[in-house]
Design a protein around this ligand. Structure first.
Ligand code: ADP
Length: 197
């Protein structure tokens, strides 16, 4: 809620920024288990978009937790605040014509609904799907091995629940799709949404 003594200033209209950049602002919210491929696909997409002359920004859960969200842990309340801050930041960026690539586990429907509520029509939910067993076999950060020994608090999929998205805008099954094919699917999605020509 905005306090009575807070008076937000008008900024240049969104279409002015979008015209400058030659693209539309949007937030692609990649959710899925740790190791499902969110960051890998967001990184590949960022490179392709950048090479095409598009301006995009990645907001990665781990990177944010190293800075802006550094005071937050993995309790239910902290996960909510982590999502709220990230969604509010994304909202500012999208309103300025930026293609925002968020990769955060976002394990529960309630968390995704919070982001959707903040972002409205700018929000596109992209489910990066891979089973716990597949992510455990990949284990890019060594977290699954640690979690198996009970050394990671609130580990998603083991100690805390991951609720599968019911109606994501797009599902990328990374046990079937290569990184290149997943990236291509997202590019097609952006074209369908007329974010890029
Ligand atoms: P997350 O961001 O979801 O925690 P990462 O992208 O950091 O996951 O790690 C995913 C790991 O899985 C990487 O080591 C990546 O190379 C590997 N991987 C294997 N197949 C795929 C795929 N099809 N898509 C994305 N990542 C994949």
């Amino acid at each position: 809620m905005i306090g009575t003594d807070i008076h937000p200033h008008a900024t240049l209209p969104r279409h002015a920024k979008e015209t400058l950049l030659g693209q539309k602002g949007i937030v692609l919210w990649f959710c899925g288990l740790s190791g499902s491929g969110k960051s890998t696909i967001a990184g590949a997409l960022e490179q392709v978009l950048h090479d095409q002359g598009r301006f995009c920004i990645r907001l990665d859960g781990d990177n944010l937790r190293a800075g802006l969200n550094g005071n937050l842990g993995f309790t239910d309340d902290d996960r909510l605040e982590n999502i709220r801050r990230t969604a509010e930041l994304s909202k500012l960026l999208a309103a300025n014509g930026v293609i925002v690539l968020c990769s955060l586990i976002t394990p529960r429907g309630e968390l995704r609904d919070l982001a959707r509520g903040i972002l409205g029509s700018d929000f596109s939910e992209i489910y990066v799907k891979a089973s716990y067993a597949a992510c455990e076999a990949r284990d890019p950060k060594g977290l699954y091995a640690k979690a198996a020994n009970g050394n990671v608090a609130h580990f998603t999929g083991r100690d805390s629940v991951f609720e599968e998205p019911q109606e994501p805008s797009l599902t990328l099954d990374t046990e079937r799709l290569s990184v290149e094919d997943a990236t291509f699917e997202v590019l097609e999605f952006l074209r369908t949404k007329r974010v890029i020509a």
